[in-house]
Design a protein around this ligand. Structure first.
Ligand code: SF4
Ligand code: SF4
Length: 330
């Protein structure tokens, strides 16, 4: 019997999701044995025309990592959607926009200005910036269009499932591949990770008082962090109360607070709003023995770079960005 065809593709990402596939270690051999990989640009020399030659729906599943920033990425994910029965948004950038999505704080012109003209390491006296078409002796060179905004994968094509994380943890990747091969997938649109908050699995939650009273917000480098105390109790913003679990508490175990790469749990419409509301409830706002609204407002006002703190992995998926996106893009 023919093996199911599988494609891996990357868009705007750092390559960490590709490393996560390699981190499957010996399980990677089991996967390679069970499927027929038809596209994996980081590892094999397949061409776009190889995918174009396939029948529609011939690929069982495409795992696509990275956000969508370039015309070429948009074309490729649309082609993969057409050729695939299932599309999985693989990793935080495809899922929510990820770190590349932070570029949505700036327009394309501002990014080009900074990257090609103003950055201290740039030497570009003629002020050259990338052009989509450049005439040369032997003809014309082309570059894909650099769009004005970074989009999540599901803002570009319909997505069937989401594998969250920066990068997705290997056990969740293997669970997803197993479920696909056995045809035991949950309802379409599901995030293939536990639907409970990181605090529910964090060992530091056990000793955390019911109500946390903080006098000031600190950044991790400003204090000596306890290796066992809840970060919030130490006045350090941790997104564990509002972030999906399943990562194995990777940052917490390295004595760093959670930055929210697994995204919010089901039902949350905006990661920042969800995080502020969950943290406020831990501070017991308006409750007996808790902090007052004024105290909490003053505390939240002290957060340096609030948008970067709460939307580090999800700016393109945020409510404010989607609103702006409507008028800034064609
Ligand atoms: S807020 Fe962070 S450190 Fe505290 S219990 Fe939750 S995940 Fe753990
Ligand atoms: S602790 Fe938070 S930021 Fe770190 S890997 Fe887990 S979900 Fe991501």
């Amino acid at each position: 019997m023919a093996k199911p065809k599988v494609a891996f593709y990357w868009c705007a990402s750092c390559g960490g999701c590709e490393e996560a596939v390699i981190d499957l270690n010996e399980d990677l051999l089991k996967v390679a044995d069970a499927v027929d990989i038809v596209l994996w640009p980081v590892a094999f020399d397949f061409k776009r025309k190889d995918i174009e030659a396939l029948e529609d729906g011939e690929i069982a599943v495409s795992f696509i990592n990275g956000a969508v920033r370039l015309e070429e990425q948009e074309e490729m994910v649309k082609l993969l959607r057409q050729k695939s029965q299932l599309v999985v948004a693989f990793g935080a950038c495809a899922h929510l926009g990820g770190i590349p999505g932070l570029a949505n704080f700036y327009s394309r012109e501002e990014i080009f200005q900074r990257a090609y003209k103003e950055a201290p390491t740039v030497e570009n006296p003629e002020g050259v910036t990338p052009q989509e078409r450049t005439a040369v002796d032997i003809g014309e060179l082309t570059l894909p269009e650099f769009y004005d905004t970074v989009k999540t994968l599901d803002q570009t094509i319909p997505v069937d499932y989401y594998l969250p994380g920066c990068p997705p943890p290997p056990d969740l990747i293997m669970n997803a591949i197993d479920a696909i091969l056995k045809g035991e997938l949950p309802e379409k649109g599901a995030v293939l990770a536990p639907n409970k908050a990181l605090c529910d699995t964090c060992p530091r939650a056990e000793e955390r008082p019911e109500k946390i009273l903080i006098k000031e917000i600190k950044r991790p480098h400003e204090i000596k962090l306890s290796p066992w105390k809840c970060f919030l109790e130490q006045g350090v913003i941790c997104l564990g109360p509002s972030t999906r679990s399943g990562c194995g508490e990777r940052c917490i175990n390295a004595n760093m607070p959670c930055r929210g790469c697994m995204g919010p749990i089901d039902g949350a419409v905006d990661q920042k709003a969800e995080a502020l509301s969950k943290i406020a409830s831990l501070l017991g706002v308006g409750e007996e023995g808790g902090m007052t609204e004024e105290e909490v407002k003053k505390l939240f006002d002290e957060i340096v770079d609030p948008a970067g703190t709460f939307y580090r992995f999800s700016l393109p998926a945020s409510l404010s960005c989607k609103k702006e996106w409507n008028w800034r893009t064609k």
